[in-house]
Design a protein around this ligand. Structure first.
Ligand SMILES: [Zn+2]
Length: 206
């Protein structure tokens, strides 16, 4: 189960400071009154930026692992929310998703591959924003569910990290890349969510 590590660090600062060492989870989420053997359980790595570790805890009695994902990172996608937002904004500004994907790709990535990569990110953000608008209509009423519109509406440079703060109490029901809802839980929301493989997989205990 993923939980929030509230921090204003960006992903580079997080790695440079090894900020996962500062993360703490005082009580077992399953047994807040104690009585279990809940303890820290190493870290797992994320690909981007290199050197990223995510701290973990484990409750043997509940057979559950908990990890604390820092606010700068996308859930179930590699990399940071700020980098992800940049991709979505490129698409919103481009004349088509294909044109944006072509502009974003590097020489060693084929155009079809870049389109799939880009579409997956745009769709996840789109679905997440629609669910978020349903969850907190009072905060977002009158705004269009696009990153560009939200930047203006909220007067912020980066919307997605802001969303994690705004939706803090809903993260367990909000899907990735901002929320931590399990894909199973959100799979039926409007039939829109298309989960393909590729969460940022644990790469071993640190
Ligand atoms: Zn426990």
């Amino acid at each position: 189960m993923q939980l929030r590590f509230k921090t204003t660090l960006n992903s580079r600062e997080y790695v440079d400071r090894q900020a996962w060492r500062d993360a703490s989870l005082e009580r077992c989420p399953l047994h807040p009154n104690g009585g279990c053997s809940f303890a820290r359980h190493g870290t797992y790595g994320r690909v981007e930026p290199p050197g990223t570790r995510v701290p973990r805890w484990y409750c043997p009695e509940g057979h559950r692992t908990f990890s604390l994902l820092a606010d700068c990172f996308a859930s179930r996608l590699p990399g940071s929310l700020v980098d992800l937002e940049r991709v979505v904004v490129e698409v919103e500004r481009a004349k088509s998703l294909e044109a944006a994907a072509d502009g974003l790709r590097t020489d060693d990535i084929s155009l079809p591959g870049a389109i799939r990569w880009t579409r997956r990110r745009v769709q996840q953000v789109d679905t997440m924003l629609r669910i978020l608008f349903d969850l907190i209509p009072q905060c977002l009423c009158g705004c269009q569910p696009t990153v560009t519109a939200l930047r203006q509406w909220l007067g912020v440079e980066s919307v997605l990290p802001q969303m994690r703060e705004m939706a803090a109490v809903y993260l367990c029901v909000l899907p990735s890349p901002v929320g931590f809802a399990s894909p199973r839980l959100t799979a039926n929301h409007g039939g829109q969510i298309q989960h393909d493989k590729g969460p940022d997989p644990p790469s071993g205990i640190g």
